[in-house]
Write a protein that binds this ligand. Sequence first.
Ligand code: 2NE
Length: 259
Amino acid sequence: MTESYTDILYQNENGIATITINRPDKYNAFRGQTCEELIDAFLKAGWDRSVGVIVLTGAGNKAFCTGGDQSAHEGNYDGRGMIGLPLEELQNVIRDVPKPVIAKVRGYAIGGGHVLALLCDLTLAAESARFGQVGPKVGSVDPGFGTAYMARVIGEKRAREVWYLCRQYTAAEAVEMGLANKAVPDDELDAEVERWCLEILEKSPTALALAKRSFNADTAHIAGISALGLQAVSLFYGTAESQEGVRAFQEKRKPKFRD
Ligand code: 2NE
C-alpha cells in the first residue's frame, strides 16, 4: 500500500520512521482511509528491522490530529470497523508494534487524535499544542483506551475532568498532568524529537521491545473494554442525541442535547 498513500506520509531515515497524517486542511482529522493507511504504516515500521523508533505527527502547524473527520459523511464515518473506522485496530497497532512510538504534537491533539497521542509511548509537545477530549460535546466518546487507559496515565480525577468538561490544556499543563513528557518552543520541537530518537536508537532494541510489551501487559485488558465500548458507540451514533452533536459542530453552534 505504501506507494499509494493519500492521507499520510511515510519516511524511514536512519532508523527513525516518521508517520505524518497529511490532511492539514481538515486539521489532520482521520477518515477510514487515513486509519487504513496508518495501520499499514505502523505495521511496516514496526516489523522493519532497520527501524528503531517511530514518530507519529501531523502535517502543518495547526493540528497533530483532531479525531474522526466530521465532514467525511454526515453523522457517520466512511470506512470499515465498528464505528465505520478501523479505530480499534489502529489503537492496538500503536501499542503492539515492538518499538517505542513518539507523538510529536504541534497545535491541536483533540478527540480521537488526543487518544492516538495518549497511546504513543512518549509525547513531546510544542508550546502551541492543545490537548483535550471533545466527544461529549459532539455526541461521541472513546470508551476503553480513551478513558480507562487515560486514567492510568493521569489518574482518575484528572481523566474524568478531561472527559466530562472537554476543556483544552496547554502543553505545560499536559506535562504537569503527565499527558506529555516535555514541552519546548515550536521551532525547537523537531530537534528535540530527533534527540530523543537518537538516544533511543543507542539502546538495545530487544530490551526496549521487552520493556514496551511489559508495560502493555499491565493494561492489556483495556482492549476488551475498547471493543465493547466501540460496539456500544456504534449504536449511540444512530441516535438523535449523537447526531445532534455532529450537526451542531458542522453548523458551528452549541448542541441542544436536552431538548
Ligand atoms: C480542533 C478545534 C478545537 C479547533 O477549533 P477552532 O475554533 O480553532 O476552529 P474550527 O473552526 O472549529 O475548526 C477549523 C476548521 O477545521 C475543521 C473545522 O470544521 C473548520 O473547518 P472550516 O469551517 O474552516 O472549513 N475541523 C476541525 N476538526 C475537524 C474534524 N475532526 N473533522 C472535520 N473538520 C474538522 C475544533 O475544530 C474541534 O473541536 N474539532 C474536533 C472535532 C471533532 O468533533 N472531532 C471528532 C471527535 S470524536 C472522535 O474523534 C472519535 C471518538 O471520540 C471515538 C471514536 C471515534 C472517533
